[in-house]
Design a protein around this ligand. Structure first.
Ligand SMILES: [Zn+2]
Ligand SMILES: [Zn+2]
Length: 256
């Protein structure tokens, strides 16, 4: 059994609650602690139940609420040593931080969390795959580009929160300065809608059945554009959902 919901998703803040039969944890805390607790409560989730807050990388849309959740709700912090070096000054006073190396596998009872190093331009950042009782979920954002390990991973997942950050035309025509456009579309930036859809297509050839379009840009994407790009996936047996920027996502359930 595996359940997950994005409490926040987008370049303005990210946080995904993941729960299995014997473990619950939060991936990232990119809104204020208060806002995340309120969003969790909408789903009957008490953040204090989390056995860990895993921070994927040092960008503030993933880490800005981490210190407060640690201090007020007692969430144990977990991140790579590189991420800790980069965020230490921003998370405030903490009792201790668990660290791991990007690529290490973490085990919590019957729940396994694979950390996968990404080419995104954070410091030693990761994305994660969670497996429990045979169910496999990917929390896959801030990916840089569709790197080979990611392509291989997709068909092995039952469900994925997958980055669909920008529409290439909106980004090209939009107001961002050229160097920022180049960063977003470059190998250390974010995945576009077409890149997301190609990866999900790889997944649909395997066991992937649920896709949640995630980490949408406010300037360079629109929900309707991301959903339109993903429309063809419906005919391949995929249920396509979208994590909105200003509210929680639909609940993802794998197994019973
Ligand atoms: Zn991000
Ligand atoms: Zn990032």
């Amino acid at each position: 059994m595996l359940r997950a919901v994005a409490l926040a998703s987008g370049s303005n803040g990210n946080s995904v609650w993941v729960e299995t039969a014997d473990f619950a944890f939060l991936v990232d805390a990119g809104l204020s602690g208060r806002a995340l607790a309120a969003r969790a409560a909408e789903h009957g989730i008490d953040l204090g139940r989390a056995g860990a807050l895993l921070v994927t990388h040092d960008h503030s849309d993933h880490v800005c609420g981490a210190g407060v959740l640690h201090r007020r709700h007692g969430l144990p912090l977990l991140m790579t040593r590189g991420t800790l070096r980069a965020v230490r000054a921003r998370i405030g006073k903490v009792a201790g931080v668990g660290t791991f190396g990007a690529g290490e596998t973490l085990r919590f009872g019957r729940t396994t969390v694979w950390t996968v190093p990404t080419p995104h331009d954070g410091v030693e950042g990761v994305c994660v795959v969670v497996e429990a009782d045979g169910a496999r979920l990917g929390v896959l954002t801030d990916l840089g580009h569709p790197f080979p390990e990611l392509v291989d991973l997709m068909p092995t997942l039952d469900a994925a929160f997958l980055e669909a950050n920008y529409d290439p035309d909106l980004l090209a025509r939009g107001p961002y300065p050229p160097e920022l456009k180049a960063r977003i579309a470059g190998p250390g930036g974010h995945l576009s809608n077409p890149e997301c859809v190609r990866l999900a297509g790889e997944g649909a050839g395997g066991r992937l059945r649920t896709l949640v379009l995630s980490h949408l840009s406010g300037e360079n994407n629109r929900p309707e554009l991301a959903l339109a790009a993903a429309r063809s996936l419906g005919t391949r047996g995929l249920r396509v959902e979208l994590a909105p920027r200003d509210a929680t996502s639909p609940l993802v359930r794998i197994g019973e």
